[in-house]
Design a protein around this ligand. Structure first.
Ligand SMILES: O=C(O)C(=O)C[C@H](O)C(=O)CO
Ligand code: ZN
Length: 276
């Protein structure tokens, strides 16, 4: 498990392009046969991916957690952006279709991920936050994730937001998780942009056609920095930062948060004329 320390707005403002990428971009989330994990010091969120091959893969317990098992003091969200798969939590098997999400509560000792068909592998995007209470392990399909339409074609930000783990959805200690799909010809996400100093956020960009990119913007609203992101790469957004992006085509992304609350609508909007 690699590690990212938390840095503040003053240090961020001094960084060049490679410094911005080193702190805020996770270039590799999925690798066949691997579970890749990044421990961030923003609300101690772990960001990662599991892409099984022929055999099922068990979530490891990295030494740096100093725990007996991964979810001893943590909770987990796993959202499948690949083919059909199964996830097993302490011998209960859950079937996850494309864009279905499993919440695994604190205390689950063994979590494993597998494919239904290795020729069309599942890809589980993983987010884990510290937890203090064992909420039930719960599956929510994309169809159950209460889609909400936002934005407009005229402003190139028409998108559908699916919420899985949040205050009114799957219950958790602090994890929130969902998915946003841009409509064809729309390219702007999270516009108008916002901050929520009470929660960090991470985005996994995916469904970007070959060769296309997202120009992600981060930083304090009056001190923004660009970050070019490729398909299936993740960005970290500190609590004080905006997190918005513009694609060279339509795309989707998984958002996830941890912090003081799980209220999706708790955002401090930044008017366009305040951005610098
Ligand atoms: O397109 C959007 O708007 C989003 O998906 C916003 C994220 O869900 C978010 O930033 C939640 O705080
Ligand atoms: Zn946000």
């Amino acid at each position: 498990m690699t590690q990212r320390f938390a840095i503040g707005p003053r240090e961020t403002a001094t960084l060049n392009t490679s410094g911005i990428r080193e702190h805020f971009l996770i270039e590799s989330i999925f690798a066949a046969g691997e579970i890749e994990l990044t421990y961030t010091h923003y609300d101690r969120m772990i960001v990662g991916g599991a892409q099984p091959t022929e055999a099922a893969m068990t979530l490891p317990c990295p030494e740096s957690l100093k725990a007996n098992f991964f979810l001893e003091r943590r909770e987990l969200g796993a959202l499948n952006i690949g083919g059909a798969g199964t996830a097993t939590a302490d011998s209960t098997v859950y079937e996850l279709g494309h864009e279905d999400c499993l919440y695994v509560g604190m205390g689950s000792k063994e979590v494993a991920f597998a494919n239904v068909d290795a020729a069309n592998p599942a890809k589980y995007y993983l987010l884990s936050a510290p937890a203090h209470h064992a909420h039930p392990t719960t599956l929510r399909t994309q169809a159950q994730a209460t889609p909400v339409e936002m934005g407009a074609t005229e402003t190139a930000n028409r998108r559908t937001i699916y919420k899985y783990i949040y205050a009114k959805g799957i219950q958790s200690c602090q994890l929130a998780m969902g998915l946003t799909q841009l409509q064809a010809s729309s390219v702007w996400n999270t516009m108008p942009s916002h901050t929520h100093d009470r929660r960090m956020e991470a985005y996994l960009y995916f469904n970007l056609p070959a060769g296309q990119r997202v120009l992600h913007l981060l930083g304090e609203p009056t001190e923004t920095r660009p970050l070019w992101v490729s398909n299936e790469q993740a960005i970290l957004s500190p609590p004080w930062s905006i997190h918005t992006g513009c694609g060279t085509s339509a795309y989707a992304f998984i958002w996830g948060m941890a912090g003081e609350n799980r209220e999706y609508t708790d955002m401090d909007a930044v008017p366009l004329d305040a951005l610098r």
